[in-house]
Design a binder for this molecule. Structure first.
Ligand code: ATP
Length: 322
C-alpha cells in the first residue's frame, strides 16, 4: 500500500509537469513566422537602419528602453554597439531578430521595413552568436547544421566553418569526432567550446547579416550559477574565442554586415563605425580614433577599460610572483 501510494504521488506530479509542457508547446509566437511576404533577395550583404525606434518591454510599459534610437549599418559594414550595462544593447538585438517589434519608429532592411519580410526567410539570412549560446542534446554535426535543409551543407563546408571558428581541433579529439553527442548525456562542452560551435554554426549559414552579442560573456568568472575566481584556463579559453571572433569579423568583412556587441575594446576598435548608446539613445558615433578625439562617453569607457586591464595585469603579476 505504501508503494502504491508513492507511485500515485509520482504520477500526480508527472501529470502536472506534462500539462505545463503541453501549455508551453501550445504557446503561439507573438510574431507568426509566416507573416510578411518578402524574401531577402540578392547575393550581397544587407543594410540595416533604426529610425526613431522606441521600445518598452510588455511587462514594464512605464520604462522606455529604446527612446528614439537612430543608427544605420551600411551593406558590408561592421558596426560595434557600446554603452553602459542596461543601455539597451541586447534589446536592439531582440528587435533586429524580431522577437519584438518597435512601439514607435521603424527598423529597415535594405530600405524596406522589417515587418514586410517573411520572418522565417529573413531569419535564415541572419547569423547570431548570442550571450546564451544554446547547444542541443544531439551530435556536434546536428548542432552545426541546425536549421539548414538536409544535405544543404557539405562536410567540407562544415569543416571549413569549424576550422574558422577554432573548434575543428577539439571536435576531432572527441571519440566520435563530428558524430559525438553533446549536451546532457553526452560530452559537456565548456562555455568557450559552446561559443565556438555557435560561431561555426553562424558561419555555415553564409549570413547576409551577422549579430554578435557579447560573445565572450559566458567565459567571464561568475557567469551562471557558480561564482568562482578566474583561472588561467578561463583566460586561455577567452583568448581563443576572442581570436576566433576577430578572425570571424575579419573573414566576413565586406561580404556580410556585422552588428557587434562586445565589452572588449580589442574587438570594438577595428569596427568601421562605433555607435555609443546611453539610456536607449544613440549619443555618439564614429571610428575609434574619432571618438577618442571627441573625448566624451566612449573615451571615458576606454579609459575605464584600460584601468581595469592594468589592475587585472597587476593582480596576475603578483599571483605569478607568489
Ligand atoms: P548589458 O550590457 O548589461 O547586457 P544592455 O545594454 O544589453 O545591458 P539590455 O539588456 O538591453 O541592456 O537592457 C536594457 C533595459 O531593459 C534594462 O533596464 C533591463 O533591465 C531591461 N530589460 C531587459 N530585458 C528585459 C525583459 N525581458 N523584460 C523587462 N525588462 C527588460
Amino acid at each position: 500500500i505504501t508503494g502504491l501510494n508513492g507511485m500515485l504521488n509520482t504520477l500526480v506530479k508527472a501529470a502536472s509537469a506534462a500539462q505545463r509542457v503541453f501549455e508551453i508547446i501550445d504557446l503561439q509566437p507573438d510574431i507568426p513566422s509566416e507573416e510578411g511576404h518578402l524574401g531577402v533577395s540578392g547575393e550581397g550583404p544587407c543594410s540595416l537602419a533604426f529610425e526613431g525606434v522606441r521600445f518598452f518591454y510588455p511587462m514594464r510599459p512605464d520604462t522606455m528602453v529604446l527612446d528614439g534610437l537612430d543608427f544605420s549599418v551600411g551593406a558590408g559594414q561592421t558596426v560595434a554597439m557600446v554603452g553602459r550595462s542596461g543601455a539597451g544593447k541586447s534589446t536592439l538585438v531582440g528587435l533586429m531578430l524580431r522577437f519584438y517589434d518597435p512601439k514607435g519608429g521603424r527598423v529597415l532592411l535594405n530600405g524596406t521595413p522589417l515587418t514586410e519580410y517573411n520572418l522565417r526567410l529573413y531569419r535564415q539570412k541572419v547569423g547570431v552568436v548570442s550571450q546564451d549560446t544554446q547547444v542541443f542534446c544531439r551530435s556536434i554535426l546536428e548542432n552545426l547544421t541546425y536549421g539548414l535543409e538536409p544535405g544543404e551543407a557539405k562536410m567540407a563546408d562544415i569543416e571549413r566553418a569549424a576550422k574558422a571558428a577554432s573548434c575543428h581541433e577539439f571536435i576531432q579529439e572527441l571519440e566520435e569526432g563530428y558524430q559525438s553527442m553533446i549536451g546532457e548525456g553526452g560530452t559537456r562542452l565548456s562555455g568557450g567550446q559552446r561559443q565556438r560551435v555557435a560561431i561555426a554554426r553562424a558561419l555555415l549559414r553564409k549570413p547576409k547579416l551577422l549579430l554578435l552579442d557579447e560573445a565572450t560573456s559566458a567565459l567571464a568568472p561568475g557567469h551562471g550559477s557558480v561564482k568562482r575566481a578566474r583561472t588561467r584556463e578561463d583566460a586561455e579559453n577567452e583568448g581563443r574565442v576572442q581570436e576566433a571572433l576577430d578572425d570571424l569579423v575579419h573573414s566576413v568583412h565586406g561580404s556580410c554586415s556585422v552588428v557587434l556587441i562586445a565589452h572588449r575594446l580589442s574587438t570594438v576598435m577595428g569596427a568601421d563605425k562605433i555607435v555609443v548608446l546611453d539610456r536607449g539613445r544613440m549619443v555618439e558615433q564614429g571610428t575609434h580614433e574619432e571618438l577618442l578625439k571627441n573625448n566624451q562617453i566612449y573615451a571615458g569607457l576606454v579609459q575605464r577599460q584600460l584601468a581595469r586591464d592594468a589592475k587585472a595585469e597587476g593582480a596576475e603579476g603578483a599571483e605569478g610572483a607568489e
